[in-house]
Structure formats: C-alpha cells, structure tokens
Design a protein around this ligand. Structure first.
Ligand SMILES: CCCCCCCCCCCC(=O)SCCNC(=O)CCNC(=O)[C@H](O)C(C)(C)COP(=O)(O)OP(=O)(O)OC[C@H]1O[C@@H](n2cnc3c(N)ncnc32)[C@H](O)[C@@H]1OP(=O)(O)O
Length: 263
C-alpha cells in the first residue's frame, strides 16, 4: 500500500515536471524565434558539425540539416548523393555495417544559433544572420549541395545543383555563385584539415559555363600546408568528369577565435 502510494506520487511529480519543462521549452523557443538573445547554442564549423549547448532542462530543437535530400533534387543529384553516401558506410559479408572512408558533412543555415552571455559571443551574434549558401528558403531555387570528405585521402567532393536564382549569363550560373560554392567547399575542407581558417586568396579560372539546374561535382584536394597556411586546389566538372567547368586554388590562413572578434 505504502509502496503503491510512493509510486503514484513519483509518477505525479514526473508528470508535473515534464509539463513544466514542456511549457518552459515552448516559451523559450517562442522567445528565440523572435530573435532575442536567450539560451545558448552554437553551431560551429559551418558544414562540419553542430555543437549544441543548452542549460538544463531546455532541450533546443534540432536544426534542419540542409545536406539531406529534398524534393527539388534531380535524379542525378540523388544518384550521386547515394553513390557517396554508400561509401560512408559499408556492409561486410556478414551483414555488419562498418565505417567507410567517406563522411557526409551535415549543413545548417546558421553558424551561431542561439546565444546569451559572454561579451565576445554577443559581439559575434546577429539574430538574423544566415549562412550565405543556405539563406534561400525555396527548395531547389539556390544552392543545393552536399559535401563528402575523405579523411585518408585528404580530399573532398561536393555534389552541387544550381537553382534558377543563381543565374548570371542567360541560362547559366553566375560566376559569383560559382566562386561562392568553391569558397564554401574549399573553406570547409581547409577547416576540416586545419581547424578555423579564413580565405586569404582564391584564384579562379572559368573554363566553360555551367547550365542552370545542372548537377556538377566540386572536387577539393590538399596541395600543402606551411605553418598557418593551407593550400588547396579545386575543380568543378560535370558529373562524369568529361568537362572542366572551373579550376581554382585557394589559400586559407589559420586564425584564432579572437581574430573574428577583432581582439
Ligand atoms: C569558425 C570558422 C568556420 C569556417 C567555416 C568554413 C566554411 C566557410 C568558408 C567561407 C570562408 C570565407 O569566406 S572567409 C571570408 C573572406 N576572407 C576574409 O574576409 C579574410 C580577410 N583577411 C584576413 O582576415 C587576414 O588577412 C587573414 C586572416 C587572411 C590573414 O591575416 P593574419 O592572421 O594577420 O596573417 P598574416 O600574418 O597576414 O598572414 C599569414 C601568412 O599568410 C600569408 N598571406 C596572407 N594573406 C595572403 C594572401 N592574400 N596571399 C598570399 N599570402 C598571404 C602571409 O604572407 C603570411 O605568410 P608567412 O609570412 O607566414 O609565410
């Protein structure tokens, strides 16, 4: 009898506590969606990982991972996604799944999600800030892309489908949009290899126009590292590699977080 009473009391407490934290959570999310500075979560290394820190008991919602397929992806985009994704995880003869040489990098639309506190963090935070390549809400209209990285070979490939809002010459992709995807892919690759970096130099040769709506591959490879400097090469080709669209080299310089804050 006593035991039953205790169990009921514990259940009631749990129910009240869940209800309370649900309601607090709802209020916090309402507050955050109004772009006010509350809670604390930071998604760093743009396309690499999301680290979410939140004071108990407020569990923030999961951000959308833009690197996952959506309805706007063409069959070619989907095929290449599956091609590289299958190399991320392999099945042994015994049916056991093991890690492959490749990794898909998740991608979010904010580098800083929610933040409070610290002067430095607040200085960086702009509630309305969005990652340049992920700021068009309409699926398929802007940059649709997914980045895979091969740790062993120190190479990186991005499957990129350019939407109609990226037009430059009639029916073709704007050179600035091409530079943007190159900077994002090589910058992500350099960050993965060397930690936080900034682009110091990007040299681009445009060889052949990229048709709007087509799918291309953006390959990035490490040339060398020298102290704080990471040198990468990049090629943008059609999906069977028979046509070179763009070639580039990039220099990325390692920075401390203080550099971004102007300290
Ligand atoms: C959280 C992250 C998420 C990262 C998420 C990743 C994905 C995002 C990708 C987007 C990346 C961007 O768009 S970044 C945004 C665009 N880039 C920027 O705004 C950068 C602006 N520039 C700067 O802030 C600065 O100039 C730096 C950081 C690049 C370098 O300044 P510094 O730190 O004072 O270093 P400094 O001594 O000048 O240079 C270091 C070495 O590099 C050489 N060096 C410097 N600049 C150049 C150059 N243009 N061309 C040749 N060499 C150069 C120097 O000679 C020196 O060589 P030695 O004497 O040692 O031999």
């Amino acid at each position: 009898m006593l035991r039953q009473g205790l169990l009921m009391a514990r259940g009631l407490c749990q129910l009240m506590s869940n209800k309370l934290s649900d309601s607090l959570h709802r209020n916090i999310m309402k507050h955050l969606n109004g772009n006010t500075r509350s809670g604390y979560a930071w998604t760093s290394l743009q396309n690499i990982r999301a680290v979410t820190m939140s004071p108990w008991p407020f569990t923030p919602s999961q951000p959308r991972d833009y690197s996952l397929p959506n309805a706007s992806w063409s069959s070619e985009m989907q095929r290449l996604y599956e091609h590289y994704n299958n190399m991320c995880e392999m099945e042994t003869e015994g049916g056991k799944k093991i890690k492959g040489a490749w990794r898909r990098l998740p991608s979010y639309n904010r580098s800083l999600k929610y933040a409070t506190g610290g002067q430095c963090l607040s200085k960086l935070l702009q509630g309305k800030a969005r990652i340049f390549t992920r700021n068009i809400e309409e699926q398929g209209a802007g940059f649709e892309y997914v980045v895979f990285i091969n740790k062993q070979e120190k190479t990186c490939v991005c499957v990129f489908q350019a939407g109609h809002l990226l037009e430059g010459p009639p029916g073709h992709v704007h050179g600035g949009a091409i530079a943007t995807i190159i900077d994002s892919v090589t910058g992500t690759h350099a960050t993965y290899l060397s930690g936080p970096v900034m682009t110091a130099n990007l040299t681009i040769n445009y060889r052949s126009p990229i048709p709007l709506g087509s799918v291309v591959l953006v390959h990035s490879s490490l040339d060398k590292t020298e102290g704080r400097k990471t040198f990468l090469s990049c090629q943008v080709t059609n999906t069977d590699g028979s046509k070179m669209h763009t070639e580039a080299t990039g220099l990325f310089v390692s920075i401390g977080v203080g550099h971004l804050l102007g300290l």
